[in-house]
Design a protein around this ligand. Structure first.
Ligand SMILES: Cc1cc2nc3c(=O)[nH]c(=O)nc-3n(C[C@H](O)[C@H](O)[C@H](O)COP(=O)(O)OP(=O)(O)OC[C@H]3O[C@@H](n4cnc5c(N)ncnc54)[C@H](O)[C@@H]3O)c2cc1C
Length: 435
């Protein structure tokens, strides 16, 4: 056992772990952060969009220092069938602001930089160290961790579990259930390298302007899932993910979907001639509010993806991770400053503050959407995209058919596919889940 004792041990050096370790170190706590990867970021897969507001609360000067790719001036939403897409774009010069709101980043580079700030703040960061289990005292309180290093038991007043979506440690310790296959998506991602000017020409960008495309529809073959395309400086991140349970049910494969997505006529010209240098796969927690486990206990708290804090509807994860890490760390620092024990009663401040934040408010708002999307995935991800695409084609194609006849044909196609009760039911269920 290592004799040295810490105020806090943070397991994981992703967004949540870094936010927690940095905040506690800034509060003068003695922090040890353990990361199984060769370096922070080496195990992390993300599209990736960074949300500036949450980052600014942790490192106000990050815009000048961090490895950022492009600031986003445009967001595209595509509803796709096999040959077309119906799009909604929002592009604004307002996003060319002094302090941009969102950036694309490459996690392997960004996490390394973020970790350097954690070290600067005074935390000890140990990589290539896997935490294998939590150590408890005879009353069941968590008092430290055991690692895969020799003499690898280390004690602390509190352990912050920021181990990501798999949450093996928390599951093994009986603090949470294993994520159910219908509450996690499996996403695959590729990085397509192209000259900077080519990316800017293809996406209509100049300088460091960026664009993201979120895509849904028949690309997921009726499964609950989405694709994404993010423009970086000299590469394009492109990926797709669907619920694990849907892959199990349909026998579809993630790389099969990715291949089809890349070959789609709306996508292939964007990546034509690119060199693929990276391929990765990762889980994303998508169960929403109803899948959040117990967030604190005797000597421990759980943050980020490990706590299932991910807003699949808005494709936000890293900001919830950073915010939960920061709030947990502030709560711990407060308990420490008061000289009180890190027991469940005192650590419950974390949950109270998280409940008051956008993290839980947003997840609560959408609590019924993930199950609705899943149970009606054939309609939302197959039938409607096909119908909407046909309706748009009918609308824009000029072929001498009177407009009234076109509208009637479109309406009939919807009623034929879903029936009046089906259509009204879908609208009602969706509106109820969205409110
Ligand atoms: C393909 C994809 C695209 C995404 N796109 C976006 C996006 O554009 N914007 C966004 O906001 N979010 C996005 N997300 C979600 C986002 O990546 C996560 O929400 C975020 O990374 C969660 O941070 P975290 O710190 O909780 O977990 P992670 O970033 O997964 O970090 C967990 C860390 O813990 C380490 N670890 C695990 N177990 C142990 C152990 N036993 N001992 C030591 N270390 C351990 C891991 O190596 C890892 O470094 C995306 C996710 C994926 C998969």
């Amino acid at each position: 056992m290592i004799e040295e004792r810490f105020d806090a041990i943070v397991v994981g050096a992703g967004m949540a772990g870094n936010a927690a370790a940095l905040t506690m170190a800034k509060h003068g706590m003695k922090v040890l952060q353990l990361e199984r990867g060769e370096y922070p970021g080496s195990k992390n897969v993300q599209g990736a969009i960074l949300y500036a507001d949450m980052m600014e609360k942790l490192v106000p000067e990050f815009r000048e220092e961090a490895p950022l790719e492009r600031h986003l001036i445009e967001q595209r939403f595509w509803m796709m069938d096999d040959r077309s897409h119906v799009g909604m774009h929002f592009r604004s010069e307002d996003f060319n602001e002094e302090r941009p709101n969102r950036y694309t980043i490459i996690r392997a580079q960004f996490d390394k930089w973020f970790s350097s700030k954690v070290r600067e703040a005074g935390a000890t960061v140990l990589c290539e160290t896997t935490v294998t289990e939590l150590v408890r005292d005879d009353r069941g309180r968590v008092i430290g961790v055991r690692t895969d290093r020799r003499d690898g038991e280390i004690h602390a007043d509190v352990v912050v579990l920021a181990e990501g979506v798999n949450g093996l440690l928390g599951t093994r310790a009986g603090l949470r259930d294993r994520p159910a296959p219908d509450s996690v998506a499996l996403a695959v991602k590729e990085m397509h390298f192209l000259p900077r000017e080519t990316i800017e020409a293809r996406f209509n960008l100049k300088g460091d302007e960026g664009v993201v495309i979120e895509a849904a529809g028949t690309i997921s073959r009726g499964m609950t899932g989405m694709g994404f395309i993010y423009a970086n400086k000299e590469c394009i991140s492109l990926g797709i993910g669907c619920l694990v349970t849907d892959f199990q049910r349909t026998g579809q494969t993630p790389y099969g979907l990715l291949d089809q997505f890349k070959r789609h006529p709306s996508v292939s010209p964007l990546i034509a001639g690119s060199e693929v240098k990276e391929y990765s796969a990762h889980l994303i927690p998508e169960g929403g509010y109803k899948s959040i486990p117990q967030l604190y206990g005797e000597g421990w708290v759980v943050v980020g993806d490990a706590a299932q804090l991910n807003n699949a509807i808005h494709r936000e994860g890293s900001n919830l991770a950073m915010t939960s890490g920061r709030i947990a760390a502030e709560a711990i620092s407060l308990v420490k400053a008061r000289g009180e024990p890190m027991n469940a009663t005192n650590l419950s401040i974390y949950k109270k503050r998280l409940d008051d934040s956008f993290v839980i408010k947003d997840l609560k708002k959408y609590k019924d959407l993930p199950p609705l999307m899943h149970t009606h995935s054939q309609n939302f991800f197959l039938t409607y995209p096909q119908l909407i695409s046909k309706a748009m084609q009918n609308f824009v194609r000029i072929d001498g058919t009177p407009k009234a006849e076109k509208e009637k044909a479109t309406l009939q196609s919807f009623v034929k596919a879903r029936s009046w009760t089906g259509l009204l039911g879908d609208v009602y269920r969706f509106a109820r889940a969205w409110r």
